[in-house]
Design a protein around this ligand. Structure first.
Ligand code: AMP
Length: 308
């Protein structure tokens, strides 16, 4: 099975209590692709500028990621700068968002990607997300992400996008803001009424919960909570959410069926990939994993919760 992801490929400037990095490879589509590449074939649609080197692209192609959908435009690559406080998991300040070539990005899907089985709409303008979704009619499942910026200022466009997404992955603050409700279960229900058949709400260092719309996905009724790995060393939380999404969608794509059991297991693989991502700066850890290492950590998660 194959997954197409559309989203940002970026240079990130990061400062955490453990150090600083200038303009290292990042972006939601990058983290997603690397994480998903351990499970299935991945294709990327994104845009980069003239400062994006063949070495940068090789980080993805070495993992077998198909980068033919990355457009090379005149100008500079999207640049994001962020700083984390002492409470590394909970304090993040965005210092700069320089859109550069991203500002005029028009996703264009190469003909070779038409047969993609799964689609992930990473956090970009919901108008672009909707456009890509509408072109990819044959996909079996669509996952999506968004952020406060679009919830606050672009709600009408976001609502169009939500109608076309099967599984939305957002954090708890975003879910409450989107639903305008401080009760998480009620917020989850309201968000699913906007379109998604399942909703993954991420709780940062405390794990994630999946909610299912009534009657959707065979095999049970209740929401399901997956813990996060209690990690000794969190060096850089950037990309945790996108790596979670990559592990989650990648695992689903690697399975023959899409039911609640598969989605629950996918929650664990999402947590596993998120936990690896934050152990080193940038995408470093995601570049050098093996499926054995991933499954070893999955087993630890299974023991943590006695998942059978
Ligand atoms: P996460 O830590 O999972 O929220 O994702 C961080 C990644 O998202 C970084 O690598 C950034 O390059 C990228 N990013 C930050 N802001 C934006 C934005 N407004 N649009 C798209 N990607 C972004």
């Amino acid at each position: 099975m194959s997954i197409l992801v559309v989203g940002s490929v970026a240079f990130d400037t990061l400062k955490t209590p453990y150090g600083e990095r200038q303009k290292i490879l990042g972006g939601a589509a990058t983290y997603f692709s690397l994480a998903a590449s351990y499970f299935t074939d991945v294709r990327v649609v994104a845009v980069v500028g003239e400062d994006f080197t063949p070495q940068n692209e090789a980080v993805m192609t070495k993992r077998g990621v198909d980068t033919r959908g990355i457009q090379h435009a005149k100008g500079k690559t999207f640049h994001w700068a962020g700083e984390y406080g002492e409470d590394i998991n909970n304090e993040r300040k965005t210092l700069a968002t320089e859109l550069n070539v991203f500002e005029t990005f028009q996703p264009s899907i190469p003909a070779e990607y038409d047969d993609s089985d799964f689609l992930f709409l990473a956090n970009i303008d919901p108008v672009l997300q909707t456009r890509v979704r509408d072109v990819m009619r044959k996909v079996k499942l669509v996952g999506g992400d968004t952020m406060n910026y679009w919830i606050e200022g672009h709600r009408a466009n976001l609502e169009q996008m939500l109608k076309r997404v099967d599984v939305l992955l957002i954090n708890d603050g975003e879910a409450k803001m989107l639903a305008n409700d401080n009760s998480l279960p009620l917020a989850a229900r309201k968000v699913m009424e906007m379109g998604p058949r399942a909703l993954v709400i991420k709780h940062g260092e405390y794990g994630a919960t999946i909610f299912f719309r009534d009657g959707e996905f065979a095999g049970g009724h209740h929401p399901f909570r997956a813990p996060a790995m209690p990690l000794d060393e969190v060096r850089d939380p950037t990309g945790a959410g996108d790596s979670f999404a990559g592990g989650f969608m990648g695992y689903v794509a690697s399975q023959g069926e899409i039911n609640r059991r598969v989605l629950k297991h996918a929650m664990f693989y999402g947590s596993v990939m998120g936990s690896f991502a934050v152990e080193r700066f940038g995408t470093e850890r995601l570049q050098s994993l093996t499926r054995e290492k991933i499954d070893e950590r999955f087993e630890v998660f299974r023991e943590l919760t006695h998942l059978d």
